[in-house]
Design a binder for this molecule. Structure first.
Ligand code: ADP
Ligand code: MG
Length: 570
């Protein structure tokens, strides 16, 4: 048996760890299970490259509560540690065995082994909840097992143990102020929160499984049951697979796995998968934004090598995309660091713009694949898109090809299409295109009808951020101005003559024009036939440009088209 003092510069690091290292005490379990997972994945890697001559099998990690002795056990069947290794990896705080492993095996795909740890501090988080911690561990190497004990002071003991099976058992003697971690429900909650998608099966107790009734069973016979290991995780969640392996229904069922309380189906998903210049996988879902009760609760979850880190993705995902759902998994996002640090981190910035680009690309391809479908979804996704257009310049540029502007009659235009559509009939005296819009169909009903009568297109822009969006569109399109349908400019729009395609024959036009010129004071006005794209208005009487200018000189404002009429009975 040996004794020693843990190698740290500070006299007693434990009070520090307890207070400052992690704000959340509950993450100790995540850290210990991560270490158990790492130990198992390391063994897998070593057997695969022929360095460990053992059978890998189907290793599990087990969590056991011993309420009577106030102990929590975390048991793995990973590579274990020799006494010497315990001395090296455990007694030196802030020396990460995980980093060392990756470095050592970097030429043999060590980086792809999926190792989680990298700060060399995770293990000590055990002391946030335990007054004493024991490690009983047997290496895959042919060496005696080790038993390490530490009561939270810098002093530890290290002796040999009679453990015969390979792997590590961590025993936490739970402190009086942390007895909640001896409750089954609490541990289960933590396992579901942090470990639900970790790569090695995690067993927590047993559960009863009902088997199918045998064929000769009578009606009243109960179905037979068996006791099976209660595995709390899905070791290969959808985002770890290739998009080509997955069908639409797999994405949908993964959505339900992520958000068991969510009954509304997502509108569509985006599979993220990149390994250069950073590593990131994930699946994002566009939920229906309307009528969603879980809007606030169900958020994007951030993972690192399948370990849940947080559902606060602020700083990692651009703000306008925080309304989405799903999973992002990246080992390149620094864990356990402050938000301000995150935002300044170069890799994180790249990740954020990658995600923005992928979302824009997906929207574009949905638009291209089926415009009709896209239009149907528009109401549910517009908030995200409009918000993105306002907050991210790159997204704004990309959105030009798929952002839609619906009219009050549910016709959807892109901005380019809209400009094309209105350029003949909706310009003002400065030759600017005038986009008419309504914000409320009911309240502005009579104005909308009047504008439609005149053959104008009226958009329905009713999202809460629409005034900002309009401002943005006006600054980026100098020749466009937005006018609300009940605004006073509406009557000042000019129609350019040369663009209308006639439905009347030349002869009919002549007759009509002769008639109209007779009945109105011809000198002051000019008559345009089929001026508008509206069956109600086959002609329009407009004021000639010189008349308008003259009037403008005499009075302020004015000008343009002022009257129109229905075709009189002929
Ligand atoms: P990190 O995981 O960042 O390396 P930790 O403080 O969590 O740092 O763990 C320190 C080291 O202790 C690990 O790198 C590993 O070498 C060793 N270790 C911890 N837990 C286990 C375990 N269950 N099995 C084998 N080795 C372990
Ligand atoms: Mg660790």
């Amino acid at each position: 048996m040996s004794q020693g003092t843990i190698n740290v510069a500070v006299e007693n690091i434990f009070p520090l760890i307890k207070k400052f290292l992690y704000s959340d005490h509950e993450i100790f379990l995540r850290e210990l299970i991560s270490n158990a997972t790492d130990a198992t994945l390391k063994l897998k890697h070593l057997t695969s490259i022929g360095e460990a001559n053992v059978t890998y099998g189907n290793p599990q990690i087990e969590i056991k509560i011993d309420k009577e002795n106030k102990q929590l056990h975390i048991i793995d069947q990973g590579l274990g540690m020799t006494q010497e290794e315990v001395g090296k990896y455990i007694n030196e705080i802030a020396f990460s065995g995980a980093e060392e492993f990756i470095e050592k095996y970097k030429d043999q795909n060590g980086k792809d082994a999926g190792i989680i740890g990298h700060f060399g501090l995770g293990f000590y988080s055990a002391f946030m909840v335990a007054e004493k911690v024991e490690i009983i561990t047997k290496s895959y190497k042919d060496e005696p097992a080790a038993h390490w004990t530490c009561d939270g002071s810098p002093n530890y003991t290290l002796e040999t143990s009679d453990k015969t099976d390979r792997g590590t058992e961590i025993i936490l003697h739970i402190a009086e102020d942390s007895l909640e971690f001896l409750e089954e429900a609490r541990i289960n909650e933590l396992l579901v929160k942090y470990n639900k998608f970790m790569p090695i099966p995690i067993k927590f107790g047993m559960r009863t499984e009902t088997l199918p009734k045998p064929e000769d069973a009578k009606e009243e016979d109960k179905a037979p049951t068996v006791e099976v290991d209660n595995i709390i995780n899905n070791p290969s969640p959808a985002w770890t697979k290739q998009p080509s392996e997955l069908e639409d229904k797999d994405y949908k069922s993964f959505y339900r796995e992520l958000y068991p309380m969510q009954f509304e189906e997502p509108l569509f998903h985006i599979h993220l998968n990149v390994d250069y210049p950073f590593n990131l996988t994930g699946i994002l879902y566009f939920p229906k934004m309307t009528n969603d009760m879980n809007m606030q609760k169900d958020k994007i979850q951030l993972y690192q090598n399948q370990v849940f880190v947080t559902d606060n993705v602020e700083g990692i995902v651009p703000e306008f995309l925080t309304m989405l759902r799903g999973v992002i998994d990246s080992p390149d996002i620094p864990l356990n660091v402050s938000r301000s640090y995150l935002q300044a981190d170069g890799a994180v910035k790249k990740i954020s713009s990658y995600i923005t680009r992928k979302v824009a690309d997906k929207l574009k391809s949905l638009f291209n694949e089926s415009r009709e479908d896209f239009e149907k979804k528009w109401n549910d996704i517009k908030i995200v898109i409009e918000y993105g257009m306002l907050s991210e310049e790159k997204f704004f540029e990309k959105a030009q090809s798929f952002a839609l502007y619906p009219t009050v009659d549910d016709t959807y235009f892109t901005f380019e299409e809209l400009k094309e559509k209105i350029k003949a009939a909706q310009t003002d005296k400065d030759d600017k295109l005038v986009v008419l819009y309504a914000s409320n169909k009911e309240e502005q009903h009579s104005y909308i009808e009047a504008a439609k009568e005149k053959g104008y297109e009226v958009l329905l822009l009713d999202s809460p951020i629409v005034s900002h969006l309009i401002q943005k569109l006006e600054t980026t399109n100098e020749n466009v101005s937005f006018v609300r349908v009940d605004g006073d400019h509406v009557d000042n729009l000019i129609k350019k003559e040369d663009t209308t395609i006639s439905k009347l024959s030349e002869e009919e036009k002549e007759t009509l024009k002769t008639y109209l010129t007779e009945v109105i004071p011809a000198a002051k006005f000019s008559v345009q036939l089929e001026a508008m794209d509206s069956s109600a208005n086959p002609f329009m009487i407009t004021e000639p440009e010189f008349m308008r200018r003259m009037k403008e000189m005499q009075q302020t404002g004015g000008g343009g088209m002022f009257g129109m009429g229905n075709m009189p009975d002929m």
